[in-house]
Design a protein around this ligand. Structure first.
Ligand code: NI
Length: 267
Protein backbone atom coordinates (compact mmCIF):
# COMPACT_ATOMS: atom_id res chain seq x y z
CA UNK A 1 0.00 0.00 0.00
CA UNK A 2 1.29 3.43 -0.87
CA UNK A 3 2.02 5.44 2.23
CA UNK A 4 -0.22 8.32 1.13
CA UNK A 5 -3.19 5.98 0.81
CA UNK A 6 -2.40 4.73 4.32
CA UNK A 7 -2.63 8.30 5.65
CA UNK A 8 -5.85 8.97 3.73
CA UNK A 9 -7.49 5.91 5.26
CA UNK A 10 -6.17 6.76 8.73
CA UNK A 11 -7.54 10.31 8.49
CA UNK A 12 -10.91 9.01 7.30
CA UNK A 13 -11.28 6.61 10.22
CA UNK A 14 -9.90 9.14 12.72
CA UNK A 15 -12.28 11.93 11.67
CA UNK A 16 -15.27 9.56 11.83
CA UNK A 17 -14.38 9.05 15.49
CA UNK A 18 -13.26 12.64 16.05
CA UNK A 19 -15.64 15.17 14.47
CA UNK A 20 -13.87 17.99 16.34
CA UNK A 21 -10.73 17.35 14.27
CA UNK A 22 -12.64 17.95 11.02
CA UNK A 23 -14.20 21.08 12.52
CA UNK A 24 -10.80 22.46 13.62
CA UNK A 25 -9.13 21.48 10.36
CA UNK A 26 -11.87 23.38 8.51
CA UNK A 27 -11.41 26.42 10.80
CA UNK A 28 -7.75 26.56 9.77
CA UNK A 29 -8.33 26.08 6.06
CA UNK A 30 -11.06 28.72 6.06
CA UNK A 31 -8.47 31.11 7.54
CA UNK A 32 -6.21 30.28 4.58
CA UNK A 33 -3.90 28.02 6.60
CA UNK A 34 -2.21 24.96 5.14
CA UNK A 35 -2.41 22.17 7.71
CA UNK A 36 0.75 20.05 7.95
CA UNK A 37 0.91 17.12 10.38
CA UNK A 38 3.76 16.95 12.88
CA UNK A 39 3.05 13.40 14.00
CA UNK A 40 0.38 10.74 14.34
CA UNK A 41 0.11 8.53 17.42
CA UNK A 42 -0.89 4.90 17.89
CA UNK A 43 -1.52 2.77 20.97
CA UNK A 44 -1.26 -0.98 21.36
CA UNK A 45 -0.75 -3.88 23.80
CA UNK A 46 2.56 -5.65 24.34
CA UNK A 47 3.21 -9.36 23.80
CA UNK A 48 0.72 -10.07 21.01
CA UNK A 49 0.36 -10.21 17.21
CA UNK A 50 -0.18 -6.43 17.12
CA UNK A 51 2.45 -5.28 19.63
CA UNK A 52 5.05 -2.57 19.11
CA UNK A 53 7.40 -5.04 17.41
CA UNK A 54 4.67 -5.86 14.86
CA UNK A 55 3.93 -2.13 14.43
CA UNK A 56 7.64 -1.53 13.80
CA UNK A 57 7.67 -4.16 11.04
CA UNK A 58 4.63 -2.55 9.36
CA UNK A 59 6.03 0.97 9.68
CA UNK A 60 9.37 -0.21 8.27
CA UNK A 61 7.49 -1.56 5.25
CA UNK A 62 6.05 1.95 4.73
CA UNK A 63 9.51 3.54 4.78
CA UNK A 64 9.58 4.52 8.48
CA UNK A 65 12.56 3.94 10.81
CA UNK A 66 12.56 4.15 14.61
CA UNK A 67 14.80 6.92 15.94
CA UNK A 68 14.03 7.13 19.67
CA UNK A 69 12.64 5.10 22.58
CA UNK A 70 10.65 6.44 25.52
CA UNK A 71 9.41 5.00 28.83
CA UNK A 72 6.47 6.05 30.99
CA UNK A 73 6.81 3.84 34.09
CA UNK A 74 3.88 5.39 35.97
CA UNK A 75 1.60 4.72 32.99
CA UNK A 76 3.09 1.24 32.28
CA UNK A 77 4.01 2.28 28.74
CA UNK A 78 6.90 2.13 26.35
CA UNK A 79 7.02 4.03 23.07
CA UNK A 80 9.02 4.49 19.91
CA UNK A 81 9.24 7.46 17.57
CA UNK A 82 9.56 6.87 13.83
CA UNK A 83 10.42 9.12 10.94
CA UNK A 84 9.98 8.53 7.23
CA UNK A 85 12.99 8.12 4.99
CA UNK A 86 11.69 10.94 2.76
CA UNK A 87 11.55 13.34 5.76
CA UNK A 88 8.44 14.76 4.05
CA UNK A 89 5.84 12.82 6.01
CA UNK A 90 4.62 13.16 9.60
CA UNK A 91 6.52 11.39 12.33
CA UNK A 92 4.81 8.47 14.06
CA UNK A 93 4.70 7.94 17.82
CA UNK A 94 3.64 4.42 18.79
CA UNK A 95 3.28 3.23 22.39
CA UNK A 96 2.46 -0.14 23.96
CA UNK A 97 1.02 -1.10 27.33
CA UNK A 98 3.13 -3.41 29.54
CA UNK A 99 0.28 -5.72 30.52
CA UNK A 100 2.25 -7.62 33.17
CA UNK A 101 2.45 -4.43 35.26
CA UNK A 102 -1.34 -4.33 35.75
CA UNK A 103 -3.36 -6.16 38.43
CA UNK A 104 -4.00 -9.85 37.81
CA UNK A 105 -7.72 -9.17 37.30
CA UNK A 106 -7.03 -6.64 34.56
CA UNK A 107 -4.31 -8.81 33.01
CA UNK A 108 -6.92 -11.55 32.78
CA UNK A 109 -9.40 -9.26 30.94
CA UNK A 110 -6.73 -8.20 28.44
CA UNK A 111 -5.44 -11.74 27.91
CA UNK A 112 -8.93 -12.91 27.03
CA UNK A 113 -9.48 -9.90 24.76
CA UNK A 114 -6.25 -10.55 22.83
CA UNK A 115 -7.21 -14.23 22.42
CA UNK A 116 -10.39 -13.19 20.57
CA UNK A 117 -8.44 -11.12 18.00
CA UNK A 118 -8.57 -13.05 14.76
CA UNK A 119 -5.41 -11.81 13.08
CA UNK A 120 -2.22 -13.85 13.09
CA UNK A 121 -0.02 -11.33 11.31
CA UNK A 122 -0.54 -7.57 11.47
CA UNK A 123 -1.05 -5.81 8.13
CA UNK A 124 -1.13 -2.13 7.16
CA UNK A 125 -4.92 -1.91 6.99
CA UNK A 126 -5.21 -3.24 10.58
CA UNK A 127 -3.75 0.06 11.82
CA UNK A 128 -7.07 1.77 11.11
CA UNK A 129 -9.37 -1.26 11.52
CA UNK A 130 -10.54 -0.28 15.02
CA UNK A 131 -11.45 -2.99 17.51
CA UNK A 132 -10.26 -6.34 16.14
CA UNK A 133 -11.47 -8.29 19.16
CA UNK A 134 -14.77 -9.07 20.91
CA UNK A 135 -16.30 -6.28 22.99
CA UNK A 136 -15.67 -6.27 26.74
CA UNK A 137 -18.39 -5.68 29.31
CA UNK A 138 -18.98 -2.27 30.85
CA UNK A 139 -17.82 -3.61 34.22
CA UNK A 140 -14.56 -4.78 32.62
CA UNK A 141 -14.15 -1.36 30.98
CA UNK A 142 -14.55 0.34 34.36
CA UNK A 143 -12.13 -2.06 36.01
CA UNK A 144 -9.49 -1.33 33.35
CA UNK A 145 -10.09 2.43 33.47
CA UNK A 146 -9.64 2.56 37.24
CA UNK A 147 -6.09 1.29 36.81
CA UNK A 148 -5.21 2.40 33.28
CA UNK A 149 -7.30 4.80 31.21
CA UNK A 150 -5.02 3.78 28.33
CA UNK A 151 -6.05 0.12 28.67
CA UNK A 152 -9.75 1.06 28.75
CA UNK A 153 -9.40 3.31 25.72
CA UNK A 154 -7.47 0.76 23.67
CA UNK A 155 -9.83 -2.10 24.59
CA UNK A 156 -12.79 -0.18 23.19
CA UNK A 157 -11.35 1.90 20.34
CA UNK A 158 -8.86 -0.66 19.04
CA UNK A 159 -6.24 0.10 16.43
CA UNK A 160 -6.69 3.56 14.98
CA UNK A 161 -4.83 6.87 15.04
CA UNK A 162 -5.17 8.02 18.66
CA UNK A 163 -4.44 11.57 17.54
CA UNK A 164 -3.20 13.59 14.61
CA UNK A 165 -0.99 16.55 15.47
CA UNK A 166 -0.90 19.85 13.62
CA UNK A 167 2.56 21.37 13.12
CA UNK A 168 2.09 24.85 14.60
CA UNK A 169 5.39 25.94 12.99
CA UNK A 170 3.72 25.58 9.59
CA UNK A 171 0.72 27.81 10.38
CA UNK A 172 0.90 31.41 9.17
CA UNK A 173 -1.45 33.31 11.50
CA UNK A 174 -1.78 30.79 14.30
CA UNK A 175 1.90 29.87 14.72
CA UNK A 176 1.77 30.55 18.47
CA UNK A 177 0.12 28.04 20.78
CA UNK A 178 -1.36 30.78 23.01
CA UNK A 179 -3.18 32.33 20.04
CA UNK A 180 -4.25 28.94 18.71
CA UNK A 181 -5.59 27.85 22.12
CA UNK A 182 -7.59 31.09 22.36
CA UNK A 183 -9.14 30.38 18.97
CA UNK A 184 -10.18 26.88 20.09
CA UNK A 185 -11.54 28.13 23.42
CA UNK A 186 -13.55 30.83 21.61
CA UNK A 187 -15.09 28.04 19.52
CA UNK A 188 -16.10 26.13 22.67
CA UNK A 189 -13.60 23.30 22.18
CA UNK A 190 -12.50 21.76 25.50
CA UNK A 191 -8.72 21.57 25.93
CA UNK A 192 -6.55 19.27 28.03
CA UNK A 193 -5.58 21.32 31.11
CA UNK A 194 -3.33 18.74 32.80
CA UNK A 195 -0.18 20.65 33.79
CA UNK A 196 -1.52 23.79 32.08
CA UNK A 197 -2.86 24.31 28.58
CA UNK A 198 0.65 24.28 27.10
CA UNK A 199 2.90 21.35 27.94
CA UNK A 200 6.65 21.99 27.65
CA UNK A 201 8.21 25.06 26.05
CA UNK A 202 11.51 26.41 24.72
CA UNK A 203 13.50 24.79 27.57
CA UNK A 204 12.65 21.32 26.22
CA UNK A 205 12.43 22.50 22.57
CA UNK A 206 8.85 21.27 22.23
CA UNK A 207 5.55 22.88 23.27
CA UNK A 208 2.26 21.05 22.84
CA UNK A 209 -1.42 21.46 23.56
CA UNK A 210 -4.32 19.12 22.89
CA UNK A 211 -8.08 18.97 22.91
CA UNK A 212 -9.99 16.60 25.14
CA UNK A 213 -11.15 13.54 23.23
CA UNK A 214 -14.55 13.52 21.59
CA UNK A 215 -17.20 11.22 23.07
CA UNK A 216 -18.37 8.10 21.29
CA UNK A 217 -21.29 5.82 22.06
CA UNK A 218 -19.90 2.33 22.60
CA UNK A 219 -21.99 -0.83 22.76
CA UNK A 220 -20.42 -3.14 25.33
CA UNK A 221 -20.86 -6.90 25.61
CA UNK A 222 -24.27 -7.65 27.17
CA UNK A 223 -25.75 -4.67 25.33
CA UNK A 224 -24.91 -1.82 27.71
CA UNK A 225 -24.18 1.42 25.89
CA UNK A 226 -22.15 4.30 27.30
CA UNK A 227 -20.42 7.44 26.09
CA UNK A 228 -16.67 6.95 26.20
CA UNK A 229 -13.68 9.02 25.00
CA UNK A 230 -12.63 8.51 21.38
CA UNK A 231 -9.74 10.49 19.90
CA UNK A 232 -8.34 14.02 20.17
CA UNK A 233 -6.38 16.60 18.15
CA UNK A 234 -2.93 17.84 19.15
CA UNK A 235 -0.87 20.92 18.28
CA UNK A 236 2.93 20.97 18.45
CA UNK A 237 5.45 23.77 18.18
CA UNK A 238 9.10 22.78 17.78
CA UNK A 239 12.05 25.00 18.72
CA UNK A 240 15.53 25.03 17.20
CA UNK A 241 18.35 23.27 19.02
CA UNK A 242 21.61 25.16 19.66
CA UNK A 243 22.85 23.51 16.43
CA UNK A 244 20.16 25.44 14.54
CA UNK A 245 18.33 22.22 13.66
CA UNK A 246 14.69 21.88 14.68
CA UNK A 247 14.18 19.46 17.59
CA UNK A 248 12.47 16.36 16.19
CA UNK A 249 12.08 14.10 19.21
CA UNK A 250 9.45 13.85 21.93
CA UNK A 251 9.50 14.84 25.61
CA UNK A 252 8.21 12.26 28.10
CA UNK A 253 7.01 14.89 30.57
CA UNK A 254 4.87 16.54 27.86
CA UNK A 255 3.64 13.26 26.38
CA UNK A 256 2.66 11.88 29.78
CA UNK A 257 0.16 14.75 30.15
CA UNK A 258 -1.03 14.46 26.54
CA UNK A 259 -1.96 10.79 27.19
CA UNK A 260 -4.56 12.11 29.66
CA UNK A 261 -6.61 13.63 26.81
CA UNK A 262 -8.51 10.35 26.60
CA UNK A 263 -9.39 10.16 30.29
CA UNK A 264 -13.05 9.64 31.06
CA UNK A 265 -14.95 12.75 32.04
CA UNK A 266 -16.47 11.85 35.40
CA UNK A 267 -19.36 14.08 36.53
NI1 NI B 1 1.26 13.44 20.19
Amino acid sequence: MYVQEFFNQLWLKYTQLTPQALFIHKLFTECGEQVVNDHIAFRTFDGCAFDLTAFTRILNSLGYEAFADYRFPEKHLEAKAFKHNSDALPKIFASELKRSELSLANQHILKRLIKTASMTELKVSDLYAGRLWSPITYAEYQSLAEESEYAAWLSTMGLTANHFTVSVNHLQNYNHLEKLNQLLISQGIPLNEVGGLIKGGPDVYLAQSATLADQYEERFACGTTALIPSCFYEFAYRYSLPSGKLFEGFVTNNASKIFDSTHRVID
